[in-house]
Write a protein that binds this ligand. Structure first.
Ligand code: HEM
Length: 125
């Protein structure tokens, strides 16, 4: 299902980035608050976190399916998905304890996911 020369891919990637702002953005706020920064209560933002995640999983899957050969041969994509699985497991287990360690691990993992994702375009075979 090639999306080359079509507006669909950039539209999906834009929604992917909007999802990123909602999902990772609200997690970062929560983590910085756990680490002691003066940030107001973030518990009411959970709906944005989960909506952002849903947007990213759907748009990510569509972009991946648009050129599976390219992405499966892209080392940055492999690193991203591996880190993404680790970050999601940590998010739905350790992160719920609200400890400083869990907040620091979360910030480190999501930063690495975003860096690996950004590098995808630079590691095409
Ligand atoms: C849920 C956490 C996720 C995060 C934080 C994330 C983050 C990102 C970021 C930062 C980009 C680069 C956007 C840009 O440069 O404009 C990106 C692109 C992309 N993501 Fe994700 N993503 C996530 C989930 C997924 C999933 C689940 C998949 C696929 C199964 C996926 C597939 C892709 C693809 C194919 C691209 C386009 C890469 C390219 O062609 O340059 N993402 N993602």
């Amino acid at each position: 299902m090639s999306l080359e020369n079509s507006w669909i891919f950039p539209v999906f990637e834009s929604i992917h980035v909007i999802g990123l702002a909602a999902f990772v953005g609200t997690i970062v706020l929560e983590d910085l608050r756990t680490l002691g920064l003066k940030i107001a209560d973030t518990s009411h933002l959970k709906i944005w976190t989960h909506t952002g995640l849903a947007l990213m999983l759907i748009t990510g899957a569509v972009m991946f399916l648009s050129d599976t050969t390219r992405y499966l041969h892209n080392p940055a994509f492999d690193v991203k998905i591996t880190l993404l699985v680790l970050a999601l497991i940590a998010h739905f287990t350790l992160h719920r304890r609200g400890t400083r360690f869990a907040a620091s691990l979360s910030l480190a993992l999501w930063t690495c996911v975003v860096l690996a994702a950004r590098a995808i375009a630079d590691f095409d075979a």
